[in-house]
Ligand binder design. Sequence first.
Ligand SMILES: NC(=O)c1ccc[n+]([C@@H]2O[C@H](COP(=O)([O-])OP(=O)(O)OC[C@H]3O[C@@H](n4cnc5c(N)ncnc54)[C@H](OP(=O)(O)O)[C@@H]3O)[C@@H](O)[C@H]2O)c1
Length: 357
Amino acid sequence: MKKVAVVVGARGVIGANLVEHLKTLDGWDIVGLSRRGGIDEPGVRHIAVDLLDETDTRNKLGSLEHATHIFYAAYQDRPTWAELVEPNVTMLKNVVEAVETAAQDLQHISLMQGYKVYGAHLGPFTTPAKESDPGHMPPEFNTEQQKFLQDKGSRSQWSWSAIRPSVVCGFGLGNPMNLASVIAVYASMSKELGMPLRFPGKMGAYGALLEMTDAGLLAEATVWAATTPACANQAFNINNGDLFRWETMWPRIADYFDLDVAPPLRMSLADTMADKEPLWNSMIERYDLLPTPYADVAAWPFGDFVFGWDYDFFADGSKARRLGFHRYAETEKMFFDIFSDLRRRRIIPSRTREVRR
Ligand SMILES: NC(=O)c1ccc[n+]([C@@H]2O[C@H](COP(=O)([O-])OP(=O)(O)OC[C@H]3O[C@@H](n4cnc5c(N)ncnc54)[C@H](OP(=O)(O)O)[C@@H]3O)[C@@H](O)[C@H]2O)c1
């Protein structure tokens, strides 16, 4: 019997990689939800919908009577942590209620969370964070979303799982949280300006221990948790399985881009990179890149956020391994693979492609 996955936030850095992974598996039909919509292909149908609008959601999702799994990875950005709660809980509620009404055989709802559950965005938190750690003082949208699922799930036939990645790295454009793109574009522009690669974060962030989550590995883990009965109604930290410090990784990244490395200097990327749109446009022309709008290619505030963590940032990923998910990713290789992918897609320059006029 075919399973039908409703991927919510299918154009996001997490959702798009999940769609790509599901496409490689037998037995799944995929429905992708986003505001932008997408191009349908065999086995994948896209629906453009505003999940903040209850009526639009109900009307557009009324036909999903065969849905068996919801993979929720939509996200509404807001300027403050408190403001994130209302829209993000509303979207989850609207989509779950609409699909539940239409689908008789809804089996599982997977919720994408993150280390914010542990207060990782607020300051030094207990590391390695465990799924069983106590939560922090509200407001916290991830926690409110989980409470909604727990409460509704206790009265429904479907089960749920909550997936907690670290910083997620993968291909995506126009996403507010995509660290690999921030680094790739920052390095490419440093090269264009003839500058060494300088870590722009806090001094203490350079030596802190942290970890990443590869978007492909995350997609595999998400489907694994959603289809493994022993994982029902639980949360799982999902990470690459190795730790690193920027002070070691940064010179390696500089080396990849054939750049010298300079000592760290704290500066706001949001401020410093704000005037670089003309430079970006000139690089598109010079290197024959795809004309990606500057606003879509790198989310500088997210870079400032991640490079500002002057404390350890990692969680215990052993629970997923104990229950049977054993994939790992080497973080340095993950970065290089994403940079090479961005080059292949002609999003960032590769030196050999310079167009001489
Ligand atoms: N990225 C990370 O590093 C990271 C790390 C840990 C946890 N997380 C968590 O993972 C979740 C997903 O993050 P992400 O980075 O993948 O987000 P993202 O790239 O911003 O993608 C969000 C998706 O949600 C869709 N969406 C937003 N508002 C919508 C609306 N009103 N109606 C329909 N669709 C809507 C977007 O549609 P459009 O594409 O059409 O705009 C997009 O497809 C979030 O909860 C985030 O906190 C992310």
